[in-house]
Design a protein. Structure first.
Length: 188
């Protein structure tokens, strides 16, 4: 079933906005994480990790979930389908894994934000966690770039399910055409 054009455009708009927002929020997260990792000012470091906690839960997580949900809905009710084309399946899997990874990463962000609420000094024992914020955010940006490329270039290739669905549609059209011709053809 294909959704009406107005609803399809609204869903696509929501998907694009949430995806762009997710990318932008992760880019801002990376900039802040770099600041938190490199700064020697305890107040700056503390402020950064407090902001990262809020950014994660109030921007990145909701945008990731919205992107995943709108992507699924859009694909289910458009010609692309959810399992018809490899690029859609790959994008779904990457998005689902990235969203799961984000929720796991959020726990580390919570720990650093929790430390920031209690103390202004970050010890050496948190250096690995601080560096992890940077590497995770950089990795997330690469993943989001891959998703963007898949959306734009849409590499060809139907899944076996998609090929079967396409063959069924063709067969149905041929059958309808034959029935239509039989009704219109003069009888000899």
């Amino acid at each position: 079933m294909i959704m009406p054009q107005g609803l399809r455009k609204a869903m696509l708009t929501a998907h694009v906005i949430s995806s762009i927002g997710w990318f932008g929020a992760v880019a801002a997260f990376l900039a802040l994480a770099l600041t938190g990792m490199m700064s020697q000012d305890p107040q700056v470091v503390r402020a950064v990790y407090l902001v990262l906690g809020a950014t994660t839960w109030w921007a990145i997580v909701p945008l990731a979930l919205l992107g995943l949900i709108t992507g699924i809905i859009s694909s289910l009710f458009t010609k692309w389908g959810l399992f018809r084309y490899y690029w859609v399946v790959i994008k779904l899997v990457i998005t689902a894994v990235a969203t799961y990874g984000l929720l796991e990463h959020a726990q580390a962000v919570n720990r650093l934000a929790g430390v920031a609420t209690k103390t202004a000094v970050f010890g050496v024992n948190l250096a690995g966690a601080r560096q992890g914020m940077v590497t995770d955010a950089a990795g997330a940006l690469v993943v989001l770039l891959i998703l963007t490329v898949l959306s734009i270039y849409k590499p060809r290739g139907m899944t076996p399910y998609g090929q079967h669905k396409q063959d069924d549609q063709r067969q149905r059209l041929v059958q309808e055409e034959m029935e239509s011709d039989a009704l219109v053809s003069p009888v000899n």
